[in-house]
Design a binder for this molecule. Structure first.
Ligand SMILES: Nc1ncnc2c1ncn2[C@@H]1O[C@H](COP(=O)(O)OP(=O)(O)OP(=O)(O)O)[C@@H](O)[C@H]1O
Ligand SMILES: [Mg+2]
Length: 296
């Protein structure tokens, strides 16, 4: 079953067409990432799925429900981490989570949540005293209070330090191991690549590309073999000749090129310290899509 299906979604704010015809299907148990530049319409789309905003047009089904009509039934089954959360600043971490736990019939234990997001040392600190990254961890804990089937994460790791980001990723993986569905937005390509089975790139209210991160990245062209020919050594017999400083970059059949280069290197006793196989990254393809999307 699909966790989310949407067809022909549209939303304007006055003269601003934020979402201009979005079709998507997100399967049960999938981690799906919505990518796109500032103002692309990601938050608007996600907030319509959550029942926080109303669409102007389109059909939306989330866990089989219409978020515009069944918002309260939906609320008990989804978890939400908004892009910016306004939690009561004077409450402590523990008090905040206890307050949210009251909204659910079967909440997770507050102590367990604090442990999951690694806020043990701050459990009795007021929200105002938390760092930006710690507040974001609290937001994540709030999203998990109701033990949701479907979790919405709007830029979940913005402001996290690198190790906190890895921990958050592990948390998301743990959730999916339990069969939960996750829809996240992010500006970090490594986050999408590491977490998402599928991504969609949104530009100016439309989805311009969709697929697995690896398949999308391959649109950037084929992998290349790169190395440098040391001074005074004659280069291998490849179709491309080295640049002035000896650098070679070749495409074509990867195995054959590597074979030719390494055979040559062994015969010439060249130590190929800087031999690389370079693949186009999701980021390269993403930046191209954005450029095309903004000019079309
Ligand atoms: N409440 C609102 N009232 C008026 N315009 C809005 C409102 N919310 C969003 N917009 C406009 O709708 C467009 C899409 O905004 P949205 O927040 O969905 O983008 P986003 O993709 O989430 O961007 P970001 O990456 O910066 O979070 C923007 O042009 C924004 O200015
Ligand atoms: Mg946003």
């Amino acid at each position: 079953m699909a966790a989310i299906t949407v067809e022909g979604l549209r939303k304007s704010y006055g003269a601003t067409n934020a979402v201009r015809g979005v079709d998507l299907e997100i399967a049960d148990g999938e981690v799906f990432a919505l990518l796109g530049p500032n103002g692309a319409g990601k938050t608007t789309t996600v907030e319509i799925f959550e029942g926080y905003r109303h669409a102007d047009a389109g059909t939306v089904r989330v866990l089989g429900l219409d978020p515009a009509r069944d918002a309260s039934a939906l609320r008990s089954r989804i978890g939400i981490v908004l892009q910016s959360t306004a939690v009561e600043q004077y409450l402590t971490v523990r008090e905040t989570l206890s307050m949210y736990a009251h909204y659910y019939e079967h909440p997770r234990s507050v102590d367990e949540l604090i442990e999951i997001v690694g806020l043990e040392e701050k459990r009795d600190s007021r929200v105002t005293k938390l760092s930006g990254g710690q507040q974001r961890r609290l937001d994540l804990a709030i999203g998990l209070v109701g033990d949701p089937e479907l979790l919405f994460l709007d830029e979940p790791t913005t402001g996290f330090d690198p190790s906190a980001r890895r921990e958050a990723w592990q948390m998301v993986r743990n959730l999916t191991a339990l069969g939960k569905t996750v829809l996240l937005t992010t500006h970090y390509m490594d986050e999408a690549q590491s977490l998402a089975g599928r991504v969609a790139v949104m530009v100016a209210g439309r989805i311009v590309a969709e697929g697995s991160p690896d398949v999308l990245a391959r649109r950037g062209g084929e992998a290349k073999v790169r190395f440098r020919v040391p001074e005074g050594v004659s280069p291998p017999a490849l179709s491309l000749s080295p640049s002035a400083d000896g650098r070679v970059e070749t495409s074509g059949d990867l195995a054959r090129t590597l074979y030719e280069v390494t055979t040559w290197a062994l015969a010439q006793h060249v130590n190929l310290e800087d031999l690389d196989v370079v693949r186009p990254s999701l980021e390269d393809v993403y930046l191209d899509l954005i450029r095309q999307g903004e000019t079309s």
